[in-house]
Design a protein around this ligand. Sequence first.
Ligand code: PRT
Ligand code: MG
Length: 218
Amino acid sequence: MPDTLTIALSKGRIFEQAVPLLAVAGIGATEDPETSRKLILSTDDPQVKLVIIRASDVPTYVEYGAADLGVAGKDVLLEHGGDGLYEPLDLRIARCRMVVAGMPGALLDGGTDHRRPRIATKYVRCAERHFAAKGQQVEIIKLYGSMELAPLVGLADLIVDLVESGNTLKANGLVPLEHICDISSRLVVNKASWKMKHARVTALLDALRAAVEPGAAA
Ligand code: PRT
Ligand code: MG
């Protein structure tokens, strides 16, 4: 069926916040990924299915055409890099900020001992770009999670992480020191699907745009 659409989503906040937008666009999820063990979920539109994958895998599925569309955080897209997919719409969901954080009073330049500050992060590319733009030499330590622990145990001087309420930083005695960028989730589209399923994809894109920007609809 050439006009079937597959949409890649991750469980948790992206699924929860994308569902109301998809519903406005006429796509109702008929199953809940938090309770279902299925990785392919049907919707009440027989021509649309959802695949439930890790947030950081969404760009890969969409780039390779395993999904026609997907929803991914800008942080994930910046780390994925390249121009292998289209990013036509800011869905304005799962919003947060990417920041440099550390202990109160931590020196962003590493202090006086001329050692390059060590930065622990899951967002290696974003961190490299941020410090390079400031002309600052740093040593990046790649972690896969719990970045907030790194400064507490002497693994790193600073972290680059996402902050929403600030509660996680506060609970670990850390403070935001520099704002890197605002983050929200984006609709991404496979390039071949954009051409081959153009009518279907643009109809969904228009419906989602109207759901995101009520009043801005044509
Ligand atoms: O968990 P997994 O490794 O599968 O992937 P993931 O952690 O990337 O997925 P998920 O579902 O946690 O996040 C999906 C997307 O949500 C991210 O890619 C971001 O674009 C977006 N998002 C929005 C966030 C947050 N807000 C957020 N607060 N992602 C993570 N956090 C974490 C943050 O890393 C920190 O540990 O929440 C903590 C901070 O929250 P506060 O409220 O205490 O400041
Ligand atoms: Mg997570």
